[in-house]
Design a protein around this ligand. Structure first.
Ligand SMILES: Cc1ncc(COP(=O)(O)O)c(C=O)c1O
Length: 346
């Protein structure tokens, strides 16, 4: 593999900046299980402030954040409505069933985006001999649908009508700041109707580790116990929170660069004969394209690209995902597109 690898597998591959590493080395720490880590407390206060909520909780991963929120809002035997290609259904090891004892009830969205009409059909009738719908979970942006964004009006309608039906709504907002950047809206305003929110510091925002849950104080205290039960009490994790604070302050401001790079990548890939990709649909930092038209399987293509220094991941047998992030620049994105073109034309 060439030395100058262009790693487009995910926005999780970013390395902490020099500023983050300095802040990590200098972080004031304490035992967070005793709620005595000043840097974690600062990060939690700041996350709550950004989302205009009462409280927040630092968790080791987005997966644990989602599971904790599901645990807190369901009972075993109940159902969680989520999107068919969603992360909680496909990439979290069936934890909602294995650990929280709930059943996912999947609904197909349009480009991953659900609406009240589709969701409402999946809500169980309130009959004692049927499982009950406890929670609806939305993913914004939607990862495997290509970083697609919920119009706030659509998300708000789902929240309002779910609440009328006595159902809570969770937001898997792993990339909610990408959605806010695309919409030009404020994250607090966009997400104000959700009962629980999980967002990742370790994706586009650039922290090495960590996610946040935000909600009411009472909800966060419930989540704190659940996090401990799941093994997520992290002691002197202020060293991680120090990087998280920088990610939260500085990360959102530069996401437009990743979106511009993704647009550029998409338009260049879309012009390659044999690639199926609608560049106009790329809204944020994720580009998914189909390579079967040129006779490639995604696995074979990815092997050849890796030999030439471009890394990406398969979505399925014919689709490939590339993600832009703060450790790839415009020049590298153009080089990656050129390498794909060369491979397709050889
Ligand atoms: C939409 C979405 N939700 C949740 C997660 C889980 O985050 P983590 O990898 O930190 O568990 C991811 C990770 O890629 C994701 O893309």
């Amino acid at each position: 593999m060439p030395e100058s690898v262009i790693d487009l597998r995910s926005d999780t591959v970013t390395k902490p900046s020099a500023e983050m590493r300095r802040a990590m080395a200098d972080a004031e720490v304490g035992d967070d299980v005793f709620i005595e880590d000043p840097t974690i407390n600062r990060l939690q206060d700041r996350a709550a402030e950004v989302f205009r909520r009462e409280a927040a909780l630092f968790v080791p991963s987005g997966s644990m954040g989602n599971l904790t929120c599901i645990f807190a809002q369901t009972r075993p035997g109940q159902e969680v409505i989520c999107e068919e290609a969603g992360h909680i259904y496909n990439y979290e090891m069936a934890s909602m069933s294995a650990l929280a004892g709930v059943l996912p009830r999947v609904v197909q969205g349009e480009d991953g985006i659900l609406n009240w009409e589709s969701v409402s059909k999946a809500i169980r009738p309130k009959i004692y001999y049927r499982p009950q719908t406890a929670l609806i979970s939305l993913e914004n942006t939607h990862n495997m649908a290509g970083g697609t964004v919920y119009p706030t009006k659509v998300a708000n309608e789902i929240c309002d009508k779910a609440h009328d039906a006595g159902i809570a709504v969770h937001l898997d907002g792993a990339r909610i700041f990408n959605a806010a950047t695309y919409l030009g809206e404020n994250v607090a305003e966009m997400t104000k109707k959700f009962d629980s929110i999980q967002f990742c510091l370790s994706k586009g925002l650039g922290a090495p580790v960590g996610s946040m849950i935000v909600g009411t104080r009472e909800f966060i205290e419930r989540c704190r116990s659940i996090r401990k039960m799941l093994g997520g009490g992290m002691r002197q994790a202020g060293v991680l929170a120090a990087a998280g604070l920088i990610a939260l302050e500085k990360g959102p401001k530069r996401l437009q660069i990743d979106h511009d790079n993704a647009k550029l990548l998409a338009s260049q890939l879309a012009s390659i004969p044999g690639i199926k990709l609608d560049a106009a649909k790329v809204q944020t930092n994720i580009v998914i394209f189909d390579v079967a038209g040129a006779g490639w399987s995604s696995g074979d293509l990815l092997k050849v690209l890796a030999e030439r220094g471009v890394l990406a991941v398969p979505v399925d047998n014919s689709k490939v995902r590339m993600v832009t992030h703060l450790d790839v620049n415009r020049d590298q994105v153009e080089r990656a597109a050129k390498i794909v073109r060369d491979v397709f034309q050889r």
